[in-house]
Every structure is written in C-alpha cells, then in structure tokens.
Design a protein around this ligand. Structure first.
Ligand code: PEP
Ligand code: MN
Length: 367
C-alpha cells in the first residue's frame, strides 16, 4: 500500500516482459487485413510485448474515422491468435468494457479524454468490479495530476491492481513543437507521489510527428519510465487516424533497437564510487546554497524594517529590473540557462516581498 492507498502489481509481472516493455500497433483498427498484417510485421521485429489498436476512436470533430466498433475486436483477437502477443484497446464506457471482456482482450486502457471525466472513469471502474484485468490510464488532456491520480484510485478501488500510467502529453493553447506538450515534470510528480506505479510513455501522441518519436522515447527511458507505447501501421501515410505520427513496423524496430537502455543503478564499483563522490559535492553545495539563501532572506527582512521606518514601499520596480538584468548577465556568463535563472530569481523575489510584507504588517498591527 502506498501513501495514497494504491495497491499495485508491476507491469513486468503482468506483461511478463523486462523493462522497457514495448506496446505497439496502429492508432486504429481499420480493416481485418490492415490489423493482422500490421500485427504480424510488428511481432516479426521480436521487440514488442503487446499489440495495441483503437476500436472506438474519440475524435475531436465528427465525420472523422470513429473506429470499427465491436467488429474490430474480432480483428484484434485474430491478430493475437496469429502473433501470440497479448492485445490492448481503449475503453471509454461500460459497454466498451463488456464487449472487450466478452471478446477476451488482455489489457484495457483509459484514454486521455476519458481520464478527465470522473463520471466516465467511474462507469468503467464499475463495469470492472470483480474482474482481474490490467488497466492502463493515460494522463488527462489537461495538465492535472490530481485527475490522473483520481482515475487510478477509482479503478484501484474497484479491485484493479494490475495498473500502469501512460504519459501522452497535455493539450495546450500555445502551439509548441509537440502535438501534446510533454510537461515531464507532471509525470515525475505522479511517479514521486506513487513510486510503485509504473509509467509508460506514449511518444506518438506527444510528438504528433514520426521524426520526433525516437527522441521522446529515449528521454522517457532516461527518466526511468518502464516502457513505451508507440503507434505503428503497415502504411502510415494512408492511416485513417493519426497518419503523421505512425511509423512502419520496420522503423519501429529500428527505433527500439537504437534506444540506449538505462538502469536505476549498476554494480560497477568505479561508477558507484565516482557517483558517491559527486553526490557528496552536491550535498555540500546544496548546504551552501541554503545557507546563502537564509542569509539573503535575513538581509531582506532588515531592509523591510528599514523601509518601514522610512515609509518606503516594499516593491521598487527599478531595483527589481536591475537585479534581473545583472544576475541574468552573470548567470549567462557562467553557462546557466536564462529561463532557469529568471524563474529562480522570481521565486527569491516573491519570498523577499512576503517577508518584508510581514515586517510591515507587524508594524500595522502595533499601530
Ligand atoms: C490513442 O491512443 O490512439 C488515443 C486516442 O490516445 P489519447 O487518449 O492519448 O488521445
Ligand atoms: Mn492515435
């Protein structure tokens, strides 16, 4: 049991594969031939542990391909029979769950548009009561870790213990280089709150473009994610959904082959010794940083007192601008990232203002 009360089994045990686990398949099952041919080529890479395909597709606008529906489940099960690989698909309501259980689908996933809606997640959870099946939960489309965790909790309460989270990025009004902004810190936040939870990355929906998939996949492994879900199609350009982000099974095989695996630790003695020396240096530097910050805040307080005695405002925009300019120039010269420096200075400044406000308020109270 974790602090949040989640009871979980690791993905390596229920998928019977070593990390990184790889799940692949087309965005959507389109026809029986497309599904089975894609599955066979994917299985032939020898690097994939489960097959995926969307049967019911949540499309942003009506009129786009909305999936094959129950008929497609038969194709998925044929793909399983032909390859021997377990299969997974997205469920968004109780009827989807019933149909998947009847057909014999091995693993289910909850999509990003469902995770945002507690009513839908609860409906899926209720349909799964008393069923022992793995369920993966994609992050909600909006950057809200609580919703993501809430969906996992609802399913866990229904008795689902074979779970994983899927990081597929977040919708954003501002258009960046990705279809869905990865916001890695949110995935790290969930992982920190529930360390036993295995997280797999879906680089296809983060990227929205096939040439970014290798890069994002490697980053996910560098961040200790347990696996990847990558969309693959026999003829990506002709795919009925998400054409731009799908890769052929051959490209998929190459992407997986070129990934550099990472382990949390190693038995190499030299590595361990060097790491512990470097970590000691970090500990020492962190001590120094904290001491300096504390000293800086003490002076801030003194300045607050002095401003109060002279009836001077706390905020002085000119001084603040001067601080930003000089510090950023200095940090840049030392090779520090400008955005990072800016954020750090903002935090320090906010804390300073807060402390000086306390000093001023203490005066007001006495008056
Ligand atoms: C998908 O996996 O094809 C899909 C619809 O993903 P998401 O829920 O992440 O949008
Ligand atoms: Mn897709």
């Amino acid at each position: 049991m974790t602090k949040k009360g989640l009871q979980l089994e690791p993905i390596t045990s229920w998928l019977k594969a070593d990390r990184p686990v790889i799940i692949s398949g087309p965005c959507s099952a389109e026809t029986e031939d497309q599904m089975v041919a894609t599955a066979k080529q994917i299985a032939a890479t020898g690097k994939v542990h489960a097959l995926r395909a969307g049967i019911w597709k949540p499309r942003t606008r009506p009129g786009q391909y909305e999936g094959a529906g129950e008929e497609g489940l038969k194709w998925l099960m044929r793909a399983k029979a032909e390859t021997g690989l377990p299969v997974t698909t997205e469920v968004a309501n109780g009827a989807h769950v019933e149909a998947c259980l009847k057909a014999g689908v091995d693993i289910l996933w909850v999509g990003a548009r469902t995770t945002v809606n507690p009513f839908s997640v609860q409906e899926v959870a209720d349909a799964l009561k008393g069923v022992d099946i793995p369920v993966m939960v994609k992050n909600p489309i909006n950057p809200d870790v609580e919703l993501w965790l809430g969906a996992l909790e609802r399913l866990n309460k229904a008795g689902i213990t074979k779970m994983a989270a899927i990081h597929r990025g977040f919708s954003s009004f501002e258009k960046g280089p990705f279809r869905n902004a990865p916001m890695w810190d949110l995935a790290i936040d969930l992982k920190t709150r529930v360390p036993e939870l295995d997280m797999i990355c879906d680089p296809s929906h983060i990227a929205g473009a096939r040439d970014l998939i290798a890069l994002i996949s490697q980053k996910a492994l560098d961040l200790d994610m347990a696996g990847l879900m990558i969309e693959s199609h026999i003829n990506p350009d002709a795919a009925w959904s998400d054409a731009k982000q799908q890769v052929t099974p051959a490209v998929l095989g190459k992407i997986i082959e070129e990934l550099v695996p990472r382990t949390q630790t190693t038995d190499n003695k030299k590595f361990k010794d060097t790491l512990s020396i470097l970590r000691e240096q970090i500990d020492h530097l962190d001590d120094e940083i904290m001491q300096k910050l504390a000293a800086r805040m003490k002076i801030s307080e003194k300045i607050g007192q002095y401003k109060k005695e002279n009836n001077v405002t706390i905020l002085q925009v000119n001084r603040w601008e001067e601080i930003i300019q000089t510090r950023i120039a200095l940090c840049k010269a030392m090779g520090l990232n400008e955005e990072f420096t800016n954020e750090l200075l903002k935090l320090i400044h906010q804390e300073s203002i807060q402390l000086q406000t306390k000093v001023m308020n203490a005066v007001t109270e006495r008056v």
